[in-house]
Design a protein around this ligand. Structure first.
Ligand code: GUN
Length: 297
């Protein structure tokens, strides 16, 4: 029997657990506030940002919504970030990526106040994560840790194989898996576009995290029986639907499910967890900046 890992349900539990933290901060006169900044050429970004805002509103987290035209100069974006950094009412700042080519995303990340960097992408926060004392764990890999924990998958001593080495998923996931901490202690392999004989590596996996951004890149023939498959991919592929596309993961679900003991669907697996952990980081950021102790799940 293959267990279908329900990210919506686990994310709902995380949100419910966060509600009391939001309420207790609000009782002390501080309403958590997340600012989202959208200047993205990817049409999916607008949807992602509006979903993140809706999640916040449902929990009683205030939002600021800043949108810039794609042809505005990088300085306009930097000015927005500077203003949000200085605004004491703003606890968290998220600049949705990708940004247009004329904007250096690295500089964007470096300009966000690390205390408000709820993505956990600022070099200071990346450094802290690598060194083993994270401030804000990046949302997708943190969500995957929570999902594995909720599914009673113990990572300790296991072979974790990550396909993809992005700043957002692959690299921080590897760092979390190798931490000497709950959800870590895994023997971790990171595969990428230059990896030779990928299937030989993926077949070693007890836990496989697919985050290559390539539709249905991993299929059942590349997996060993009993593997736990976490599919991070959300790829729009042309389809004869109302919208003209459908969403598929980085894993070919049918063939992978034939091998896996547990697998995340797309959608409804990792995506909701990423959003839930953004709420988590926003509440954490609020506590840190308002100097209020908050209890986090
Ligand atoms: N683009 C895709 N995923 C993310 C994310 O987690 N954070 C930000 N800021 N941009 C993204």
């Amino acid at each position: 029997m293959t267990d279908r890992i329900d990210g919506e349900a686990v994310a709902a539990d995380v949100r419910a657990d966060l509600q009391s933290a939001v309420d207790s901060v609000a009782d002390r006169g501080h309403r958590p506030t997340l600012a989202t900044v959208l200047m993205s050429p990817d049409p999916a970004s607008e949807t992602y940002v509006s979903m993140k805002q809706r999640d916040c509103e449902e929990l009683g987290i205030d939002t600021r919504d800043v949108e810039l035209d794609l042809d505005e100069p990088a300085e306009a974006l930097f000015d927005v970030i500077e203003e949000l950094n200085r605004d004491d009412d703003v606890d968290g700042i998220l600049v949705q990526s990708p940004v247009p080519d004329h904007v250096d995303y690295r500089e964007v990340l470096e300009r966000i106040d690390p205390e408000k960097d709820v993505d956990g992408f600022h070099p200071e926060n990346v450094g802290r994560l690598v060194a083993g004392y994270p401030r804000y764990k990046p949302c997708t890999p943190h969500g995957i840790q929570k999902l594995l924990d909720a599914t009673d998958v113990d990572t300790e001593g296991k072979e974790a194989v990550i396909v993809g080495r992005s700043r957002i998923v692959g690299k921080p996931m590897a760092n979390l898996f190798i931490q000497k901490a709950p959800g870590g202690n895994a023997t971790t392999t990171v595969c990428h576009s230059r990896t030779e004989d990928l299937a030989a590596k993926t077949r070693r996996a007890d836990i496989l995290v697919a985050a290559a951004g390539i539709p249905e890149f991993i299929d059942g023939s590349m997996l060993s029986p009993g593997v736990v498959v976490i599919d991070v991919g959300i790829n729009r592929v042309d389809a004869d639907t109302e919208k003209g596309y459908e969403l598929v993961g980085d894993v070919d679900f049918e063939s992978a499910a034939g091998k896996a003991s547990a697998i995340t669907p797309v959608p409804g697996g990792v995506g909701p967890m990423t959003r839930a952990m953004l709420l988590y980081n926003t509440v954490k950021a609020t506590g840190r900046q308002a100097d209020i102790e908050v209890e986090l799940p």
